[in-house]
Design a protein around this ligand. Structure first.
Ligand SMILES: Nc1ncnc2c1ncn2[C@@H]1O[C@H](COP(=O)(O)OP(=O)(O)OP(=O)(O)O)[C@@H](O)[C@H]1O
Length: 304
C-alpha cells in the first residue's frame, strides 16, 4: 500500500454537526456568534456538508481506518524509544526506552509533571521529530525511514495538531488560518472555503471569520485551532495541553468537543497534559515521569 493509499483509507465523512447535536449545540460554543450578518454568505455553504462531497466520501471511507491487516495492529507503536538532547558536551535523555502501542479509536491521555517528557513524546507521536534510538511506527511504517516530504505528508493528512499556545498565524484571519492546511489539497478553492465555513460554524465562530487571532479571546483562538486541526479530516488528533491557557468553563467546552469527535467520528485522540481533570475523558492513561512510563491504566469514560 502506498503512503497516499494509507492516508486515503483513513478518511471518515467528518460530520461534526452530529457531534455538536450530541453535545447540545446551544450549550457549546455558540455563546456569542449566531447573529452576525457577516456570516450570511458562508451559511449558504453550510447547506451541504463539504466533507460528504469530497473524495472522503468514497467507497474507500466505508473501510475507514481498517487498514491494518487484521484490524488489531496498533496505529502508532513506539519500541524502546529514546530521545537524547545534546547540549554542548552534555547529553540529556528526555525519553528513556518508551514502549507504547496506541490503537485506532482510543482517547489516550499522557499525564505527567512538568519536565517529564510529554512534549518530547508528542513531537515523536506527531512525526515532528524522530527518536535518537528506537522505533516509532505509524501503521507499521517506521517513520525514521521516511524522508522529510513523506513526513510532511503524514503530518498534513493524518494528524491534526492542537497546542496550548494555539499556534495560529498572527497575520492571517480566522478563516485564513483554517484554510491553511487545505492549501495543500488538490481540491479547488471553493470547496476549501466551504469546508472552512462549515468548520467555523461548528466551532461557533462564523461571525469572527475576518478577525485576526489578536482580536479573539483565548477560548476563541483554541476553537480556531480546533477547526484548523479538522480541516483535512485527519484520523488522529494530537493535543498538547489544549486547555492550558483557558478558564475551566472554556476548557470543558474544548474537551467536550474533542470527546464528541472521539465518540461520534471515531477519531483517535491523544492528549498530553499535567491536568488530572482530563483523565475522565480517557479510555487509557499513560503516566510518564522522568522520561519513563510509570504505569498505564485502562479506563471507562466518565468514571471518577
Ligand atoms: N531542545 C532541548 N534541549 C535540551 N533539553 C531539552 C530540550 N527540550 C526539552 N528538554 C528537556 O527535556 C525534558 C522534557 O521536556 P518536555 O518539554 O518534553 O517536558 P514536558 O513534560 O512537556 O514539560 P512541561 O509540562 O513543562 O511542558 C526537560 O527536562 C527539558 O528541560
Amino acid at each position: 500500500m502506498t503512503l497516499t493509499e494509507i492516508i486515503e483509507s483513513f478518511k471518515t465523512k467528518l460530520d461534526p454537526s452530529k457531534i455538536m447535536n450530541s453535545l447540545g449545540k446551544a450549550a457549546s460554543f455558540n455563546d456569542e456568534s449566531e447573529n452576525d450578518s457577516e456570516g450570511n454568505d458562508s451559511r449558504e455553504d453550510l447547506k451541504i456538508n463539504p466533507y460528504n462531497n469530497s473524495g472522503n466520501d468514497s467507497a474507500k471511507s466505508s473501510n475507514a481506518i481498517r487498514i491494518s491487516k487484521n484490524g488489531e495492529d496498533p496505529l502508532i507503536k513506539l519500541t524502546d524509544v529514546w530521545k537524547i538532547y545534546q547540549m554542548g558536551e552534555v547529553e540529556f535523555a528526555a525519553l528513556k526506552g518508551i514502549n507504547l502501542e496506541i490503537y485506532e479509536g482510543e482517547f489516550l491521555v499522557v499525564l505527567g509533571p512538568s519536565g517529564s517528557g510529554k512534549s518530547t513524546l508528542m513531537n515523536l507521536l506527531g512525526c515532528l521529530d524522530i527518536p535518537s534510538k528506537g522505533k516509532v511506527c505509524l501503521n507499521s511504517k517506521d517513520i525514521s525511514e521516511l524522508d522529510e516530504s513523506e513526513l510532511a505528508l503524514i503530518r498534513g493528512q493524518m494528524i491534526g495538531f492542537i497546542f496550548q499556545s494555539f499556534n495560529l498565524i498572527p497575520t492571517l484571519s480566522t478563516e485564513e488560518n483554517v484554510l491553511l492546511p487545505l492549501e495543500f489539497q488538490e481540491e479547488g478553492r471553493q470547496i476549501a472555503r466551504q469546508k472552512a465555513a462549515y468548520l467555523l460554524d461548528i466551532v461557533g465562530l462564523t461571525d469572527k471569520k475576518k478577525n485576526l487571532p489578536s482580536q479573539l479571546s483565548g477560548g476563541q483562538r483554541q476553537r480556531v485551532a480546533i477547526a484548523r486541526s479538522l480541516a483535512v479530516n485527519p484520523p488522529i488528533i494530537l493535543a498538547d495541553e489544549p486547555t492550558g491557557n483557558l478558564d475551566t468553563k472554556t476548557g470543558d467546552y474544548i474537551l467536550g468537543f474533542l470527546d464528541g469527535l472521539h465518540e461520534r467520528e471515531g477519531k483517535t485522540i491523544i492528549i498530553v497534559t499535567h491536568d488530572l481533570d482530563i483523565v475522565k475523558y480517557a479510555t487509557r492513561v499513560v503516566y510518564i515521569r522522568d522520561g519513563e512510563i510509570e504505569k498505564i491504566e485502562k479506563r471507562t469514560k466518565n468514571e471518577p
